[in-house]
Design a protein. Structure first.
Length: 284
């Protein structure tokens, strides 16, 4: 990626990269019993609209995605099995970090790109700062035991996430057009990491078209992971009319090495056809 035309440098990331709050906090050190092995049971969730039934084909596809994710974790002897009509059981022997595995396995991994709506140029920063404020409060309340305050904070968080969605249009490019994704330092010696993407032919064309349309407008392209904004770049005016070609992009933000690696693994593995939730975790 020697040419600027082949690199999408993401900006406004300092305040956006921490939006996946469960993954940002430092995972607890696993106990000896946890290290012996972990069994995670996940249950498929029917969305509020669109899908009305969990099919065997969906479960098979989900199983394949989870197998790719588990393989990416490098855990020897791991297995994924369908249980009943709507559950998957993931067995991870000799795992050192169960919390990491739970984060990687328990998310949908759906990435998409959305153009910011015209007339909202001055709204983005304020809404990002509001979400930051709510997330900072979440960290303070986490171990407080004040369930009323925690519930109010969770409602405020969901509202702040929705407020950011509201200033972006429908997706113009999706994660299924990604050929590869990997994590690397933001620059040599940096403790902050980024995710580098390579699009397939269709994705490269759409990426060039989208960046051409939004370049020089002071509107952002929203990058969403599982419907949450993780970055919002502004495309320089020099790309107006031609776009950013080459089929490559970089998502930069306040990503640790572990978080960037987890996101890249999810993107390489593909998105789940439906959402799953972790219903049971125990050691074996």
């Amino acid at each position: 990626m020697n040419s600027r035309k082949h690199l999408f440098a993401f900006v406004l990331t300092a305040s956006l990269g921490t939006c996946i709050s469960p993954s940002v906090s430092q995972p607890p050190k696993p106990s000896l019993s946890q290290q012996s092995g972990v069994k995670i049971t996940l249950q498929a969730k029917i969305p509020e609209k669109g899908i009305t039934k969990i099919t065997p084909q969906m479960m098979e596809r989900a199983k394949l995605v989870f197998e790719k994710r588990v393989s990416g974790l490098g855990i020897s002897g791991a297995s994924v099995a369908i249980s009943g009509n709507n559950q998957l059981v993931v067995k991870l022997p000799s795992i050192k970090d169960p919390s990491q595995a739970k984060r990687v396995i328990g998310t949908t991994g759906l990435l998409d790109f959305r153009k910011q709506k015209k007339g909202t140029e001055n709204e983005l920063r304020a809404r990002v700062l509001k979400r930051q404020e709510v997330m900072a409060q979440r960290e303070v309340l986490k171990y407080s035991g004040d369930q009323k305050a925690i519930a109010a904070n969770e409602a405020a968080y969901k509202k702040s996430v929705q407020a950011l969605r509201d200033i972006f249009e429908n997706p113009v490019l999706s994660g299924d057009m990604i050929k590869d994704a990997y994590a690397e330092p933001l620059f040599k010696g940096s403790s902050t990491w980024k995710i580098a993407l390579t699009f397939d032919d269709q994705g490269a064309v759409l990426f060039a078209k989208t960046t051409s349309e939004i370049a020089g407008t002071n509107l952002a392209i929203g990058i969403f992971l599982d419907d949450k904004l993780i970055s919002a770049p502004i495309v320089a005016g020099e790309f107006q009319g031609k776009g950013i070609t080459g089929g490559r992009a970089v998502i930069a933000g306040q990503f640790t090495k572990d978080l960037a690696t987890e996101i890249a693994l999810q993107l390489r593995s593909g998105a789940l056809p439906i959402a799953f939730e972790v219903v049971k975790t125990h050691s074996f």
